[in-house]
Design a protein around this ligand. Structure first.
Ligand code: HEM
Length: 423
């Protein structure tokens, strides 16, 4: 970087770390401070990176995939790069298309997009409705549940497993590690880390086994079969890429939706007038979904790497510079959203960036939106007076990537079982 907006050596934000405990105390305040000071912040944490906090700058870099890369390795192979998480986690599998640039990215995106279009995801509606009601039946008579572990985490996990053609019988062995990985200590050797790694080994083994199974017995209308199918020029994906892509759909599709649901439920418990409005008029859920997405921004940030010298609002980046796109900050930019810190259930022209922007914009957005609307409708119908135990509902201690609740015990007036549960 050359000319920085904030570069005084005694600047308290000089060591800004979006993964720190301090940032988790007040992410909205930190991002506001960065916007007020020009919207660019150079930090020396994690080997050095620049946070972009203003809407127009975040959009400009997200659109500019020719100069800002998502890939783990920059073209030229000289060691630059780092993918979409900052810092880069070398022990995690590559996030398939999310960590690829065109032209490689095109092929994978095309393969997935027809199964996740607005029209295509309508086929999941009956499944989502069945799953959420079977889950509610497990606890409705008791008058208590954990909204995160009993609904917000399982629904997206089961739906994504079904979408991928993976068995759902042991859904807890997928859902729990995927959720807990978002906030578990990454200190190598710590007991939580060891336990989590073991759970992920099981998940990785299931994915590898499913790929081997599709080689032995291809299935009709099956995504994994399509991944490894020979299209005349060899397989569409080799087994490693098929593995990464299955993993990515789980990693990108499950806890993101979980956090959107959990922040919404917490908000509704705290704001009974919003809950009453949604119960009165469930068709508001569609517009409300965008305001929950904007206000709480499940994916707070992702990263890019400059491929070559490039300018953004007169700031120069050089090849290899790491950039943090603060989607959550763009969503509160006062130049874009009137009264950005006010939650408005019926906010108009709400062009938030919670699903990203540009070619990498979330491919799962239609599915996530549909899951949100069905799950929320059923919760408001069957547990309309739920009350969250705030004190027992901690947020993620690290909100560098995602913002949500670890768990959320709640009570409500007991109800009756409606379906015969398989889950
Ligand atoms: C509320 C739920 C969700 C949120 C907030 C969310 C957010 C995002 C964001 C911000 C990006 C762009 C990242 C970037 O440009 O760096 C993204 C990309 C992506 N999302 Fe989602 N997502 C959600 C649900 C889903 C679901 C349900 C799936 C899968 C079924 C999914 C799969 C993906 C994939 C594969 C990408 C990469 C797309 C590409 O690089 O072309 N997401 N998501």
């Amino acid at each position: 970087m050359t000319s920085m907006s904030i570069s005084e050596s005694d600047d308290p934000l000089q060591h800004f770390d979006h993964h720190s405990e301090e940032h988790a105390q007040d992410p909205v305040g930190d991002f506001r401070a960065i916007r007020e000071r020009g919207g660019f912040l150079r930090s020396d944490s994690h080997g050095g990176f620049t946070t972009l906090a203003r809407y127009e700058d975040v959009v400009s870099v997200a659109k500019n995939h020719g100069q800002f890369s998502n890939a783990n390795e920059l073209p030229g192979g000289d060691g630059f790069g780092g993918g979409v998480t900052l810092p880069h986690n070398p022990s995690a599998p590559r996030m398939s298309l999310a960590e690829m640039d065109p032209p490689e990215w095109h092929r994978i995106r095309r393969l997935l997009s027809s199964s996740l279009s607005n029209d295509a995801v309508k086929r999941f509606a009956p499944q989502i409705l069945r799953v959420v009601n079977e889950l509610i039946d497990r606890f409705i008579e008791s008058g208590r549940c954990d909204l995160v572990f009993d609904i917000c985490s399982p629904v997206p996990a089961i739906v994504t497993l079904e979408y991928l053609g993976l068995p759902t019988a042991e859904w807890e062995r997928w859902a729990v590690p995927i959720h807990t990985s978002v906030y578990t200590s990454r200190v190598p050797g710590s007991p939580d880390f060891v336990k989590l790694n073991e759970s992920f080994e099981w998940i990785f083994e299931q994915i590898r086994e499913a790929i081997a199974d599709r080689h032995r017995s291809p299935r009709p209308n099956d995504l994994i079969t399509d991944f490894i199918r020979d299209d005349g020029d060899g397989p569409v994906m080799d087994d490693d890429l098929a593995f990464e892509t299955v993993y990515t759909m789980l990693a990108a599709g499950v806890d993101t939706t979980t956090t959107l649901l959990s922040t919404t439920l917490f908000h509704l418990s705290e704001n009974p007038h919003h809950r009453a409005e949604l119960i009165e008029n469930p068709s508001l859920l569609d517009t409300a979904a965008d305001e929950f997405l904007r206000f709480y921004s499940p994916v707070q940030t992702t990263a890019r790497t400059a491929i070559e010298d490039a300018e953004v609002s007169n700031e120069t980046f050089h090849r290899g510079d790491r950039i943090l796109l603060a989607w959550a900050s763009a969503n509160r930019d006062e130049h874009r959203f009137p009264e950005p810190d006010e939650f408005k259930l019926d906010r108009e022209s709400n062009r938030h960036l919670s699903f990203g922007h540009g070619i990498h914009r979330c491919i799962g957005a239609p599915l996530a939106r549909q899951e949100f609307i069905i799950v929320m409708s059923e919760i408001l119908r069957r547990l309309p007076d739920f009350v969250v135990d705030q004190a027992q509902s901690p947020m993620y201690p690290d909100v560098g990537l995602m913002l949500g609740y670890q768990r959320m015990p709640a009570t409500f007036t007991p109800g009756v079982v409606e379906t015969r549960s398989n889950h």
